[in-house]
Design a protein around this ligand. Structure first.
Ligand code: HPA
Length: 275
């Protein structure tokens, strides 16, 4: 399935439901435990991934697997409730397929959220971390293979990937609500095994602040396609550097819920202000 065909299919579904043609301003990929964020918006259409041509089913815990179209004033935004992870056994093209579909839909800004482990004591569980940069430690790249020149260049720059203007705008919004956010570098691993203590120490030495198993494939593809990128991690647990207990799914969910509600307030205002 070609992502352009899927975008055409979605456009038809959108105009069928709303009685007019629309181009959503932004798409938001919702990470582990953050699926509920879409419910705070005015949902106008919900399509299970299983119905969307080319989408595979998500198997990760607390990932819902729905594309949700929501309205905010005169703007529309797409929520991807649940993402496809490399560790689930999906190929890289499958992992980044929804992002390519969003680009083909004409969306200008991609907002990515994820759950991450903290490599810094000052970033306890529940912290909201705005990504300033990333380290791709997956050992692969979603752009490997023939390059689609109509979409983007062969060797796209990753300089200032996380849009400085969007980040500054979100900082202002967070401040106006008194919501504390942090900044950090995200390092991605394939997972699904969590990091050893030695790995955590190495990642810290490399300059990473948080570690997770997603996001980087999507943001690389988004930049390749010329989208603006904004990304946030919600810290759900300290890495093994700070404690060596296993983390329960309920612990992860609890931290994500609270921080997710605050992040939702920030992103709602940010989307409202998009052109
Ligand atoms: N490591 C990797 N991925 C994660 C973690 C972690 O500690 N927490 C949530 N996602």
């Amino acid at each position: 399935m070609n992502y352009r065909d899927t975008a055409e299919w979605l456009k038809a579904r959108f105009s069928e439901s709303l009685g007019m043609e629309i181009v959503p301003a932004a798409a938001i990929i919702l990470g582990t435990g953050l699926s509920n964020m879409a419910e705070g918006f005015n949902v106008v259409l919900r399509i299970p991934y299983g119905e969307i041509p080319g989408f595979v089913a998500s198997t990760a815990p607390s990932h819902k697997g729905n594309l949700v179209l929501a309205q905010l004033g005169n703007k529309f935004v797409v929520f991807l409730q649940g993402r496809f992870h490399y560790y689930e056994g999906h190929s890289m093209p499958q992992v980044v397929f929804p992002t390519r579909v969003m680009a083909a839909l004409g969306i200008q800004t991609l907002i990515v959220t994820n759950a991450a482990g903290s490599l810094r004591r000052e970033l306890p569980p529940g912290s909201i971390v705005q990504l300033t940069d990333h380290i791709n430690f997956m050992g692969t790249n979603p752009l490997i293979g023939a390059n689609d020149e109509s979409l983007g260049e062969r060797f796209p720059s990753m300089n200032q990937l996380y849009d400085p203007d969007s980040r500054a705008r979100c900082d202002e919004i967070a401040q106006s609500y008194g919501i504390k956010t942090h900044k950090g570098v995200y390092l991605t691993v394939t997972g699904p095994s969590l990091e050893t203590v030695a790995e955590c120490r190495a990642f810290q030495g490399m300059g990473a602040d948080v570690v997770g198993m997603s996001t980087v494939p999507e943001v690389i593809v988004a930049r390749h396609a010329g989208l603006k990128v904004l990304a946030y991690s919600i810290v759900t647990n300290y890495s093994n550097l700070f404690h060596d207990e296993a983390h329960s799914q309920s612990e992860i969910q609890e931290h994500a819920d609270l921080a997710g509600r605050n992040l939702q307030r920030i992103l709602k205002d940010f989307i409202s202000g998009l052109p």
